[in-house]
Design a protein around this ligand. Structure first.
Ligand SMILES: O=C(O)CCC(=O)C(=O)O
Ligand SMILES: [Fe+2]
Length: 341
């Protein structure tokens, strides 16, 4: 449940909200309100998020977005708990469509993405796999924190610097554009999150196979918020096999996720159900087929941090794989070169 009254600037504002509250009244379409110009410079001056682990600075949300964000959720959630072991709140939508579209374009052009390669062993055969979508991740498990103005994580209990080699990966603080959304989602749901994982599906050819996010580093019955921005895609859910329920007989449930929708997966959902975004043939519709998915999660141990960076940034040369950045002229993700050329 919400811990603070929800207002316009509470929506994406980080906890110590610097901005003055101006006008929480949404317009008729539930989207924008006209703001006094005086409010704009303060937001415009917000510097981008920077960190030695980021390949480039990550801009703050633009004033047009922070100022037009409504008091979410835009709709009360539908409760999906009828099938055994399923426990999902379906916000349809969480963020109204026009705002979700602006947020989609902002995040697509602002975040570094990766096409991670890893190898899996099947028997004695080692196979190389390329993740069939772009991914990126920010955050740190609950044993450590980033302190303001500090590049390196410190011990969450003692506040002391971590011994060298505590992490194999190089954890990245959550940039302000995602931190604002995370904070608002915590207020809406009453859950706590320390990770933001982002998928970018460039077309209907990108996908995620059936899996559950039931890793032990999330603890039992984890709560995961999952937000869709951009083109719609089908989200499939099917119960894990049980002695009386053979996988071939398990019928999948289909949720047609649209831009702005959020699923709050909780309870026994991860331990008992699998989910996937299958490939989609033909035109996908909306935003040229591109779709962003953001999941907010809470990892409890270092294993979570190692795992998330390994599979969402990669571990090539310590800092991850080659970064990609959205190119507005080419309308695609292109390998990012530090020189810009
Ligand atoms: O894109 C989605 O909606 C699902 C993503 C997902 O399941 C995951 O990242 O674990
Ligand atoms: Fe998942």
């Amino acid at each position: 449940m919400s811990k603070r009254p929800r207002t316009l600037d509470a929506f994406f504002a980080p906890p110590p909200a610097k901005k003055q509250h101006i006008d929480p009244t949404p317009s008729e379409d539930g989207n924008t309100t006209t703001k006094p110009p005086a409010a704009l410079p303060e937001t415009e001056e917000q510097p981008p998020s920077t960190h030695p682990t980021y390949p480039f600075p990550i801009p703050h949300l633009p004033p047009s977005l922070t100022d037009s964000l409504p008091s979410a959720p835009a709709a009360s959630p539908q409760i999906l708990n009828n099938p055994p072991d399923l426990d999902i709140l379906y916000y349809k939508p969480y963020i109204p469509a026009p705002t979700a579209k602006t947020l989609f374009h902002h995040l697509r052009r602002s975040l570094p993405f990766y096409r991670v390669k890893y190898s899996i062993k099947r028997g004695t055969l080692e196979t190389s796999v390329t993740t069939p979508r772009f991914t990126t991740v920010f955050g740190l498990d609950s044993t450590a924190v980033f302190t303001p103005n500090d590049d390196k994580p410190v011990d969450a209990r003692t506040g002391k610097p971590l011994p060298a080699g505590s992490y194999r990966c190089r954890p990245r603080p959550i940039p302000s554009c995602l931190a604002s959304l995370l904070t608002h989602t915590e207020r809406t749901t009453g859950a706590n999150f320390n990770f933001a994982l982002v998928n970018y599906y460039a077309s209907g050819n990108d996908s995620i196979a059936f899996h559950s996010d039931s890793e032990s580093f999330l603890g039992p019955n984890p709560t995961i918020a999952s937000i869709t921005l951009g083109s719609p895609r089908d989200f499939l859910l099917k119960h894990k096999p049980t002695p009386s329920n053979h996988p071939s007989e398990t019928k999948a449930m289909k949720l047609p996720l649209a831009s702005g929708d959020m699923l709050l997966m909780q309870g026994r959902t991860q331990s008992h159900w699998l989910h996937s975004i299958p490939k989609r043939k033909g035109p996908v519709g909306g935003d040229g087929g591109g779709r962003i998915n953001i999941t907010f999660r809470r990892a409890l141990s270092r294993a979570g941090t190692e795992n998330y960076y390994r599979y969402n940034v990669g571990d090539g040369s310590g800092g991850g794989e080659e970064a990609y950045k959205w190119d507005d002229a080419r309308r695609e993700m292109v390998p990012w070169k530090p020189s810009g050329g």
